[in-house]
Design a protein around this ligand. Structure first.
Ligand code: BTN
Length: 325
């Protein structure tokens, strides 16, 4: 059931140019006229500009670009993902909030978004730069009916949804560097995925998928060492991008791929992933413990592991190990 706030937004959005009277709104939403007025005041706090004229009613003059629980949901075309949104202007890390929520109330499909993270984290305990209003900093709570060993497939699925989103909106085709980096042809990274899970031996309790996408940063927004390997959609395209629309597009894209994966398994994800895979068919260097060796990156195995062809011509699966791309 859609919230009254969302129904109100939709009614006003449909009637963009026209006024709708308080009476009509109160009848359609089954709330009092003073409740309608209170909702309007809340929407104004979120940045909606609303014109109210006596005898005529209300109309939207403009919508906010800023991110909030309401604005993310306005126009969101998903069935279950993002139906509950937790938004913070500043937080340590959306992963921390998402773990807390998942422990307390599960919440499959709940998303946590922040404008700014002060301790954004990446894989291997690295720091993830997440300045205010520059990117999509989001964690999704999922409860997939899967055994824990399949969780890495969700990272690959997320990478495909993210890549498709970037391609569709910007026209650029990024590559996915196994397992979770999204980069452009200049080999600079614009997005990363951090999958963390809580599981019993044979069952996932919940997964938190953290997604960081650099959108409107300029080069100087990062320290020098990061500038060498990071990029943003703004740097690559020369223009600013609306974060809210990107979040909404990504959520739709993720939801449909996830639903397809749950019905049909990993094959569709694997095929798409391979079409974006970075260095498929190329020689790569693999570092395991104190050994370094060369192999050809062959593609993905059916379980999402990396397939390589070693120097002797044998195909091997690789689950971990550092790769020198
Ligand atoms: C990586 O490439 O190392 C993964 C980066 C993941 C960053 C995102 S931003 C939203 C979420 N919250 C965090 O603290 N990290 C993830």
């Amino acid at each position: 059931m859609e919230s009254t706030r969302n129904q109100l937004i939709q009614l006003l959005a449909k009637n963009n140019e026209e006024y709708i009277s308080g009476q009509v709104l109160s009848e359609k939403l089954n709330i009092s006229r003073s409740a309608v007025w209170k909702h309007m005041k809340e929407l104004e706090k979120d940045g909606y500009v609303i014109e109210a004229k006596s005898k005529r009613g209300y109309r939207f003059v403009s919508y906010p670009e800023k991110i909030s629980e309401n604005t993310v949901q306005w126009g969101l075309q998903t069935n279950w993902l993002g139906q509950k949104v937790i938004h913070r202007e500043v937080t340590s890390s959306t992963q921390i909030i998402a773990h807390k929520v998942a422990k307390e109330q599960k919440g499959h499909g709940t998303i946590v978004i922040a404008d700014e993270q002060v301790s954004g984290r990446g894989r291997m305990n690295r720091n993830w730069h997440s300045k205010k209003g520059d990117g999509m900093w989001m964690s999704m709570i999922l409860q997939p009916p899967l055994p824990p060993y399949l969780a890495p497939q969700l990272t690959l699925l997320t990478a495909v949804a993210l890549t498709e989103t970037i391609e569709k909106l910007t026209g650029l085709t990024p590559r996915i560097k196994w397992p979770n980096d999204i980069l452009f042809d200049n080999e600079k990274k614009c997005a990363g995925i951090l999958t963390e899970l809580q599981a019993e031996q044979d069952k996932i309790q919940y997964v938190i998928i953290g997604v960081g996408l650099n959108i409107n940063q300029q080069k100087n927004d990062w320290p020098e060492d990061v500038q060498k390997r990071a990029t943003s959609l703004q740097i690559e395209t020369g223009k600013q991008w609306p974060i809210r629309e990107i979040i909404q597009y990504f959520l739709s894209s993720f939801e449909s791929l996830y639903d397809e994966y749950m019905k049909q398994g990993f094959l569709a994800v694997k095929t798409k992933w391979e079409s974006y895979g970075f260095k498929i068919g190329d020689w790569i260097t693999i570092r395991q413990l104190d050994k370094t060796r060369q192999a050809v990156f062959y593609g993905l195995a059916d379980d999402g592991a990396l397939l390589i062809k070693n120097e002797a011509g044998d195909v091997e699966r690789l689950y971990s190990g550092e790769i020198d791309w």
